[in-house]
Write a protein of this length. Sequence first.
Length: 207
Amino acid sequence: MTTILWLGGYDVQHSLAAKNAGYYPEWFLAGDLVNDTIDNARAQQQDVWRHTWMITNLLREDQTAAVPARQAYREADPNGRVDDEDEATTRYRAFFTLFKAIQVAGPHLSPATVDQGHHAIPKSTSTNPYVAACFYDANDYTCVKDAHESWWDPDAPDPYGTNSKGCYRMVRGGKRYLTGTWEGNDRDVFANRNDICNTAFITGLIG
């Protein structure tokens, strides 16, 4: 068996068991907004996890100034502490969704008008790796419809200058794809050490 499909959930025992067994397959990770974050990947066995690539809904986050969630926080509190900014951005997604629901409902707010407003949002393709494509199909109540491809580089220095190492490197700069529109193949993964690191940890997914 040369490929492991990790379709959700988070633990560190699988990579530990693989290391203890001297087993180094390719790992395909289906990101679930927990197992695809940088801190959780750094807790895995790095000589095992270096063979991991994934599909994730997380947005590109490589520069604080470019992240919509962080921009919103700084607009409200330009002199705020970094810790407070981090905490605020983890909550940004929920508030963004709430206020968007109120907006699309129109002048008469009710569950029915929220539903009607959401499903009136036109389908779109995101051309910005910092912003997700957000719309609702029939009988669908999940906003984000696209994702990007990344691979784990355990030797990458932390873009924020800490002593930690390792990051998910985004293929094609974190370009986002709707279902059925993916280009290329998995040969693009692990191919370019200049792929940009994503330091995201569940911050402002909707963006």
